[in-house]
Design a protein around this ligand. Structure first.
Ligand code: AMP
Length: 158
């Protein structure tokens, strides 16, 4: 079973994904986590993307597509993926469709978490003290929420 989990930043996609992963023996594919890992390890890619992530914008489709293809093409993860934070725009959704069909897979379920901007602001400030994420400040949170409304919400219809 492959699942996509949608929701604005701070809605709890990561938290809920971890529950689902444990219960159904799936693998979480969080593009955000993979990108943060690159920054933490100070890789060449990490240095390119850190300012974009801090600004609340999306990194390029090519970068995230490379990351997810590694997962989709890996037989250990076949039909066992929960996509957390991907796709985030229509181009990514179309790429995902093509990649899945190339590797004889499909999406079985789409979950959407709905949370208001007020609640998100509260959660982000709590998470900032727990996880110390550089992009968890109110200004970036609002920008990321707007990016979600503009680029990601249309994917749900698709
Ligand atoms: P997240 O942890 O999913 O909220 O992602 C944190 C940040 O990583 C986002 O605000 C984006 O800058 C970047 N990011 C994560 N996933 C994607 C994606 N699928 N496409 C583009 N940028 C992404």
């Amino acid at each position: 079973m492959n699942i996509i989990i949608f929701g604005p930043p701070g809605a709890g996609k990561g938290t809920q994904s971890k529950f689902i992963v444990n219960k159904y023996n799936l693998h979480q594919l969080s593009t955000g986590d993979l990108l943060r890992e690159e920054i933490k390890n100070k890789t060449e890619l990490g240095s390119k993307i850190s300012s974009i992530i801090n600004s609340g914008e999306l990194v390029s489709d090519t970068i995230v597509t490379n990351l997810i293809e590694k997962f989709i093409s890996n037989n250990d993860y076949k039909n066992k993926i929960i996509f957390d934070g991907y796709p985030r725009n229509l181009t990514q959704a179309k790429t995902l469709r093509e990649l899945l069909s190339q590797y004889s897979q499909k999406i079985d379920l789409v979950l959407k978490l709905s949370v208001s901007l007020d609640t998100i602001k509260k959660r982000i400030s709590e998470r900032r003290s727990l996880e110390n994420r550089v992009d968890d400040n109110e200004e970036t949170a609002i920008k990321r929420y707007k990016t979600y409304e503009r680029s990601t919400e249309p994917v749900i219809e698709y």
